[in-house]
Design a protein around this ligand. Structure first.
Ligand code: ZN
Length: 168
């Protein structure tokens, strides 16, 4: 396994819609394992393939403190949602940025696992939030897109400032 470079906001791949995975090849298996390792090393709870420059519909999630309950989701899709909440959220492509984002409290999703088996998951709370956030990445949507205009602009200008001084 190897650690991959996490693409930060500004990288074009984050704004590109990802391709559906039609076959779980050894490259996809390898990518999934590397993504999991990269996420754990970055102390993240979720990572989507575009965040490591691979424009495929796959994400990895583990919201446990012990880092012992990973989900590898291939072609994930939300199938139902329930109750809205607004909570603080971050993203490995936005180091140091945390903002309140509206999400659904409960979601059901379907996906294919690394063995090619079709699965469904009913999630709530932190896991539900992570699933929504990661699937958004596959559709080229980022958490700052949910912010009001003025707030998003202030986040963007802060990032611009950091870029100038080489901190991004
Ligand atoms: Zn993210």
């Amino acid at each position: 396994m190897s650690k991959l470079e996490i693409k930060k906001y500004g990288s074009a791949v984050l704004r590109k819609k990802s391709e559906k995975i039609s076959k779980i090849t050894s490259e996809i298996e390898c990518l999934a394992k590397d993504m999991l390792e990269t996420m754990y090393l970055a102390n993240g709870v979720g990572l989507a393939a575009p965040q490591v420059g691979a424009s495929f519909r796959m994400c990895v999630i583990d919201v446990t403190k012990e880092k012992n309950n990973p989900f590898i989701m291939i072609n994930p899709e939300i199938i139902s949602v329930e109750n809205k909440v607004s909570e603080e959220e971050g993203c490995l492509s936005f180091p140091g940025v945390y903002e309140k984002v509206g999400r659904f409290k409960k979601v059901s999703a379907k996906y294919t696992d690394l063995n090619g088996a079709d699965k469904t998951i009913a999630a709530e709370g932190f896991l539900a939030k992570a699933i929504q956030h990661e699937i958004d990445h596959l559709d080229a949507k980022l958490f700052i897109d949910y912010l009001p205009d003025w707030k998003r602009k202030s986040v963007e200008s802060e990032i611009k400032r950091k870029k100038k001084t080489g901190q991004w």
